[in-house]
Design a protein around this ligand. Structure first.
Ligand SMILES: [Zn+2]
Length: 52
């Protein structure tokens, strides 16, 4: 287990896996896809759910 989790990490910028929107402009939702953690924005979530 790591013990440095209180460190601030400003470099991590999550992006929507479909349209590359960041959390600056859209709400991002964390998903697990093909065994990896990904992010999807609120606008793309319907497409993701329906497999588009
Ligand atoms: Zn998106």
């Amino acid at each position: 287990m790591s013990n440095g989790e209180s460190k601030e990490e400003t470099s991590a910028q999550h992006k929507c896996m479909r349209c590359s929107a960041t959390s600056q402009s859209r709400a991002l939702i964390s998903v697990e896809f093909k065994g990896q953690s990904q992010w999807i924005c609120a606008a793309c979530l319907p497409y993701f759910i329906h497999g588009g």
